[in-house]
Design a protein around this ligand. Structure first.
Ligand SMILES: [Zn+2]
Length: 95
């Protein structure tokens, strides 16, 4: 095995959380602040509370789709994002 360079690994939760945040909060315009700092903080807080699902970045897409289509997973993600939004909106770190 040759591990030189960056490992082809991906936390499948990253694109999932990003997509759910975009779909349910950004597009709907219900975020109090949609600046990049707040969106990033919501993303990071949600990801820290969710289990990681590492996958090879090459197989990422199929894996992500399979998980994104799982209603239980989607509701877990949405619940964590909802909690993160509350926390960040109370104490935003933007200037
Ligand atoms: Zn902000």
């Amino acid at each position: 095995m040759n591990y030189s360079g960056s490992l082809p690994v991906l936390n499948a939760m990253e694109p999932i959380v990003e997509a759910v945040l975009e779909e349910h909060y950004v597009k709907t315009g219900i975020l109090k602040c949609g600046c990049d700092r707040c969106k990033l903080d919501i993303l990071l807080l949600s990801l820290n509370h969710l289990p990681t699902h590492y996958t090879s970045s090459q197989e990422g897409e199929a894996y992500i789709k399979a998980h994104y289509l799982n209603p239980q997973q989607q509701s877990d993600v949405l619940r964590e994002i909802t909690e993160a939004v509350k926390v960040i909106e109370l104490k935003p770190k933007h200037n």
